[in-house]
Write a new protein. Structure first.
Length: 179
């Protein structure tokens, strides 16, 4: 039995397949560092957006409920330390979470590669908000939507494992933005 080869046979030669695999290898080696950097920037921006959104919610709840509403970092609620807590600040101690105050939301932890940038603020916790009596950075929005601090901007500083930084700013008039 004889095998006949014709001119119409289609397919790839071994050399063509090896060349394509080599090109794909080079392209993936070039693209991998960019994907890793993109993912780190994405997690950082997502963490900033989460804090920004929760600050907007804090402000909105103060306006809606006609009471002071606070966002406090590192508060202990029911014996458990929380990344932050949003609550009605109507208790005996202003700017502190007091047992019985209505909790609006418990904050989610930051992604693993994102932390507060402790090199940027005065007291070394990465958050410019005034510390409450428990030593936790806290911002309180009044029923008119304005924060109850002075004339300076307040900030939350975030940094990722690639040393990229981002700030969430609160203006004295209650404006919020991400820089």
């Amino acid at each position: 039995m004889k095998i006949r080869y014709t001119q119409n046979q289609r397919g790839f030669t071994l050399i063509e397949v090896i060349v394509v695999i080599a090109i794909l290898g080079v392209l993936s080696a070039i693209a991998t560092p960019n994907i890793v950097d993109w993912a780190a920037r994405y997690r950082l921006r997502a963490a900033a957006r989460d804090i920004y959104s929760d600050l907007v919610r804090t402000k909105s709840e103060a306006i809606k409920r006609h009471v002071n509403v606070a966002m406090s970092f590192g508060e202990v609620v029911n014996g458990v330390a929380q990344p932050y807590v949003i609550y009605e600040d109507s208790g005996a101690t202003a700017h502190n979470y007091d047992a019985g105050e209505a909790i609006i939301q418990l904050g989610a932890p930051l992604p693993g590669s994102v932390i507060f940038d402790t090199t940027k603020d005065v007291d070394g916790d990465g958050i410019d908000f005034t510390d409450n009596l428990s030593g936790n950075p806290t911002i309180v929005f009044q029923p008119n939507g304005r924060p109850d601090f002075g004339a300076a901007f307040e900030r939350v500083y975030l940094i990722n494992n690639k040393n990229t930084t981002v700030e969430v700013l609160v203006s004295p008039t209650g404006g919020l933005r991400i820089d």
